[in-house]
Design a protein around this ligand. Sequence first.
Ligand code: UT7
Length: 326
Amino acid sequence: MRVRITGTGSYMPEKILTNADLEKMVDTNNEWIVARTGIEERRIAAEHECTSDMAAVAARRAMEMAGVTAEEIDLIVVGTITGDYPWPATACIVQAKIGAKKAFAYDLSAACSGFIYALSSANDFIRSGHGKKALVIGAETLSRSIDWTDRNTCVLFGDGAGAVVLEAGEDDTGILSCHLHSDGNYLELLYQPGFGAKHPASAAGMEAKLQFLKMQGNEVFKVAVRSLTEVSIEALNAHGYTSKDVSLFVPHQANRRILEATAKRLGLADEQTYINVHKYGNTSGATIPVALDEANRAGMLKSGDLILSAAFGGGFTWASALLRWT
Ligand code: UT7
């Protein structure tokens, strides 16, 4: 039995922050941002919006496409590192917002790999008989964890949410496999130092800006390209495929240069790779479900297509998923 994606949905906040806007905030310029990242603009959540709000809209859109009601959903997994609260899980808040009364709901923290980790987890639940229909969501309000005076990071990130409905299927289409990896030795290259149990909230911590995301970008870059390539090859090899068999590669969108370098190493042609980082920047756990939804609604995902997805992020975590589209 395979588990398939029967609906996709996404929500991007209305507010657009352009590179020209950022030029007025920090010492940067459009040319640098475009040349080094490919990012032209990103979306920023409105003051009244947070992660569960965006996740709920994306979820409703995915359920509408799937023709599934909230009451039918058995589990909700949200991949996020910017939940509404440190606890409880944002997935529980989404459950209440959409009225998925019988679902059990939990968050999964795997940074930019959060969506594929969540997909893998829900896939395993359904395959083992613990439910038939799941919502898998990637949603982030990263704009609230960014130091808007730090040009090294503030130009890179944005907010948004994407969701898919998973259902047990009878044919051989759907998720072929997921491949997950982690290495905690790289913690300090990409993390948010405060305010968890190690550095609880304090005035001194605020002063030291521990509440903001920290990244050593160029170090992360090198490991990201290597890991994305390896985990993609791992997925293809597991089924005897090569990059020539891939209809569409839908990678985590962090930086156009990372995507292009990875695609080149994999031997993928430009038209085989879906890129939308120019419009939204890096929305961490949300990039892949948002990209999947855009590609799906644009008619780019056809029945029988082989879809490869891969992500890399804080932890470090990295992961891939291979799907035969239904
Ligand atoms: O989501 C998964 C995790 N994240 C990623 O995968 C992101 C990985 N890293 C990257 O995308 C890239 O490393 C960055 C886009 C963050 C940086 O690009 P880079 O080519 O690695 O640049 P760099 O960090 O080596 O910095 C080059 C220079 C530095 O100046 P000096 O020291 O050479 O004088 C920076 O201070 O660029 C400077 N710089 C900027 N200049 C203008 C850094 N940020 C900016 C900026 N505007 N916004």
